[in-house]
Design a protein around this ligand. Sequence first.
Ligand code: PMP
Length: 352
Amino acid sequence: MEPFWINMQDNAILISGWHRMGYTYNDGSYISELLVNHIKKLHQIVGNAVTDGRYIIFGGGSTQLLNAAVYALSSNNNSLVNPAKVVATAPYYPLYRTQTELFNSRDYQFEGDTSLWKNKKDINDTTFIEIVTSPTNPEGKLSKAVLEGPNIKTINDRAYYWPNFTPLPSPADDDLMLFTLSKFTGHAGTRFGWAIIKDKGVYEKMLTYMDLTTVGISREAQLRVLKILNVILEREDGKQIFQFGYSTMRHRWMRLQQIISKSKRFSLQKLSPHYCSFFKRVRDPSPAYAWLKCEREEDKNCYKILEAAGINGYEGSMYSADDRYVRLSLIRSQDDFDILINKLTNFVDNDY
Ligand code: PMP
């Protein structure tokens, strides 16, 4: 996204020493009401989430909101007897496990892949918190919760549910959705995410979590996000950034596909075109990551094979999948992407 922001001439943000020095806004809250309204407007334009009648809360990236959500959904549980089980469907984003294990709570525990629990009788004995990523990281596929039952609660991680990365079939309307600035505008360093929540009780618990851990989100960060969203909303009714994001990602995916299609040694995840309610047409895949597979029987550690060719990805096992897979990032700078393409082209052409 860097070239997009370089082209935006007027998005500098200077903050005077006297500005926003206190803990709270004038209404005594830690959350800028103006920014909440900007976020609602953005979702309305993009059509990727229902916000009417929903509660919105901010976090230090969706990373912080993830634990706030796990805390909120597990704290009504009869936890001293039965901690809530936090689960996800492999291949899944590693932080779901590592963060849940870090907090080592009596109220919840990470319990691995949803396939271990699907259609099991004891699924009703305790609360389950299923983390659903849609589109998924690493594969970029739209996905839904797989567990069913009265005690299943879901956290829907929508980090990539933007026209840059996926066709949008309809506005998401899940009970608890996490969004982040990191992937959609590229401002990962601002550390800003938001949750959209249906249930007031869950919202209040997440607010308590934020109040007691960090007393809300940095006022400077909120101001920067407000400015960033203003730049987006002011231009072509908010459409320009998504046109740029989609065409960049689409181009990258096509270049990668061209190279890998020449190789029998590697394959890529299969993604198909879908109707996108934002672009109002069927559109082709443009994922954030490649989920590359080494097809040869002897290539059991795909990461090592690529590493020898100077290509660094993440091992499949990080995503609780087979090490025949490697995740390659397609959202890095243009230079990084060009180097990746050069190295892969050499590798495939020489097929060593
Ligand atoms: N969820 C998913 C699926 C991600 O891939 C990432 C970032 N890699 C995050 C959440 C974290 O994003 P943030 O920068 O908002 O903490």
